[in-house]
Design a protein around this ligand. Structure first.
Ligand SMILES: Nc1nc2c(c(=O)[nH]1)N[C@H]1C(S)=C(S)[C@@H](COP(=O)(O)OP(=O)(O)OC[C@H]3O[C@@H](n4cnc5c(N)ncnc54)[C@H](O)[C@@H]3O)O[C@H]1N2
Ligand code: MOO
Ligand SMILES: [Mg+2]
Length: 609
């Protein structure tokens, strides 16, 4: 889109008096700037006064550079709401369908949208849109029209070439246009000339280890959680009192075995008893209960004999059968963890370890985990809940990638399913990156003229670090970054997305989360191949296989057809066997040979024999 100026007019008595209260105007400005690289914005705040509003609108409409005016506020039913009345007389043409598009999108969010009377229309060369006053509504209305704005402006400005280009894009025939109009098609072929002899990818095929090294050298490791763990000193002693390790009798070790009078009963949760204790006396005590002040040892119930109960049925006399020894079966104060000592002797990211240790000392730590969004691209995709349709397939990658994130302890902040449309992909990516650090995207990274991921990344000024990896599946795996924003373009075939998530996206997220280098990739074990013979591919292959433990030795058998579209190969996939690329002398992998394998899951042994 050529450089244009937007006018943002906030209309509200309150905001006019206290401009700091205006949240919708600034929100609109931010949305405009995020969405359109070369947009300028002029802004103003006015009270709900028809004449003032009209004067400002007229001023902007008369300026050549202001091509779009968005008003926010004054569209409701209140007596002072006059924005539509101020706008309508200035319009040369009504844009009722645009008004309808905004209304329909807003009604999907809230039925109160029916109470907005905003209008849209064209005044001279300027498109004027009335949005309601709330910050949330402004975001929703903008979302409803954002994609339409460039084309609307081309039409208003009668820019035939750009109109043609947009039509071609909408109809999917950019390639049919003269080259000069193909500005948005960043050619994936080798020379970039886009001619017929230029048929190869410009991206070299990196070895897997080099691709991972590149990722980990680009992604910034956040050491904050490590430092928090390292710095956390226990505010308490565990146990905070001398605690009995056994159910039995607490007494003085200076006494002797033999008959003792039971003076009281102490249960877990009781306070420390200050009751004086003689050498021929004891307390009945439970595991975890605080030792009485005068006692220094416990004799377990198994080493005693009950001699007598009192008239209430309570134990009153016991025979202690073993020598009481000082400290026996007593946990001293701070025995497990001393106040002031480190809670974490070493960093450990297991949520079980992290959260339970914090709980044990009554502390909380705010962990800032990497923020991740998932995108699936493909005009063929329908959500699994929707009805099947000709030419469409169910989207399995969105579900799979979200579940993988959760399985490995990370959250999915956003999910988007996008058609193969350059503008949509570019704008959506730009927005998502405002909120997240990582985007894990599937599809659109190969050589097709609808594979728009690399062009979108270029539009967004991301650096593409690599666009192909020497592996099967996953060859078109793409990694890009801009500052501390990271993009993982996983190939769309479901198994390719599965494998590349494990080998590249997961280690990167762990690294960003502060994990030590060796722990970022999946653990690697050795397995003996059970299959008779497997033909090796030219590319090193990551084969889904299930593990059997035979007499304690780990063996693996391949899960059927390994084509990258066949998601069934992940069923009972315990590991990815690393099969090397074929060589002149080694054409097959054979039964009994030992291969490295990446462990995919915690419960990674499917059979014991
Ligand atoms: N001329 C070439 N064509 C292809 C090459 C190549 O090197 N030269 N590489 C092939 C390889 S290898 C792979 S892998 C795929 C990767 O393709 P893309 O990343 O561009 O993905 P799409 O074209 O969008 O889709 C591929 C395939 O996967 C299905 N798909 C996509 N998304 C989903 C989803 N969310 N759920 C289920 N299935 C999905 C899609 O329908 C396609 O069938 O490119 C080869 N082509
Ligand atoms: O590399 Mo693709 O992922 O072979 O199908
Ligand atoms: Mg493709």
């Amino acid at each position: 889109m050529e450089s244009i100026t937007f006018g943002v007019l906030t209309i509200s008595d309150t905001c006019y008096q206290e401009p700091a209260k205006d949240r919708s105007g600034p929100r609109l400005m931010a949305l405009i700037r995020q969405s359109f690289d070369n947009a300028q914005v002029v802004a103003s705040v006015l009270p709900d006064e028809r004449d003032l509003i009209q004067r400002e609108l007229r001023k902007w409409i008369d300026r050549n550079d202001v091509r779009i005016i968005i008003t926010t506020g004054g569209t409701g039913f209140a007596p002072r709401d006059v924005t539509p009345e101020a706008t309508k007389p200035l319009l040369d043409k009504d844009c009722n369908q645009l008004t309808l598009a905004i209304a329909l999108a807003s009604l999907q969010k809230t039925k109160f949208a029916a109470l907005s009377r905003g209008v849209c229309g064209i005044a001279g060369n300027t498109l004027v849109l009335n949005f309601p006053g709330s910050e949330k509504a402004v975001g929703e209305c903008f979302e409803a029209v954002r994609e339409l704005l460039p084309h609307a402006l081309h039409l208003i400005g009668n820019n035939v070439a750009l109109v043609q280009r947009t039509h071609a894009e909408v109809q999917g025939s950019v390639a049919a246009l003269p080259k000069v109009l193909r500005r948005d098609h960043v050619c994936p072929h080798q020379t970039g000339a886009g001619d017929d002899v230029d048929r190869n990818s410009p991206f070299p095929m990196l070895p897997v280890h080099q691709a991972l090294d590149t990722i980990l050298s680009v992604v910034q490791r956040n050491n904050a959680t490590n430092q928090q763990m390292d710095a956390l000193l226990s505010p308490i002693n565990i146990p905070p009192f001398r605690a009995s390790i056994k159910d039995g009798y607490a007494m003085k070790s200076t006494g002797f075995p033999g008959t003792k009078r039971v003076v009281d009963f102490i249960a877990a949760g009781d306070k420390v008893s200050l009751h004086p204790l003689q050498e021929d006396e004891c307390f009945k005590i439970n595991t975890g209960a605080p030792l009485p002040e005068d006692a220094d040892c416990v004799v377990q119930v198994e080493d005693t004999r009950l001699l007598q109960r009192d008239k209430y049925g309570e134990e009153s006399l016991v025979d202690i059968l073993v020598e009481p020894k000082a400290g026996q079966d007593v946990r001293s104060i701070g025995h497990d963890l001393r106040k002031g000592d480190k809670v974490f002797p070493a960093p450990d990211y297991s949520p079980v370890v992290f959260k339970s240790l914090l709980a044990s000392v009554g502390c909380q730590l705010q962990r800032r985990k990497p923020k991740v969004a998932i995108i699936s691209t493909g005009s063929e995709l329908v959500a699994p809940q929707q009805p099947a349709d000709t030419g469409k397939i169910f989207d399995s990658n969105t579900t799979m990638l979200e579940e993988l994130l959760l399985y490995f302890g990370f959250d999915c902040m956003q999910q988007h399913v996008l058609g193969d449309d350059l503008m949509t992909i570019t704008l959506t990516l730009s927005n998502i990156f405002d909120a997240v650090d990582f985007v894990i995207c599937s599809g659109g990274v190969s050589m097709g003229d609808k594979d728009f991921i690399k062009p979108a990344l270029e539009h967004l000024k991301f650096k593409v670090h690599f666009g192909r990896v020497n592996m099967k599946p996953g060859k078109p795996m793409t990694f890009a970054s801009r500052g501390t924003k990271y993009f993982f373009g996983l190939p769309g075939n479901p198994v390719s997305a599965f494998v590349t998530f494990h080998l590249f996206a997961l280690p990167a997220i762990r690294w960003a989360d502060g994990w030590e280098r060796a722990k970022c990739p999946l653990p690697i074990i050795n397995v003996a191949l059970l299959n008779e013979a497997i033909d090796l591919d030219a590319r090193p292959e990551y084969v889904r296989a299930s593990v059997s433990s035979i007499n304690g030795q780990l063996h693996a058998s391949v899960n059927g057809n390994q084509i990258s579209s066949r998601l069934q190969s992940i069923v009972c996939a315990d590991v990815l066997i690393h099969l090397p690329g074929r060589t002149a002398t080694k054409l097959q992998a054979r039964a009994g040979e030992i291969y490295s394998a990446s462990v995919l899951r915690y419960d990674f042994i499917s059979r014991y024999e």
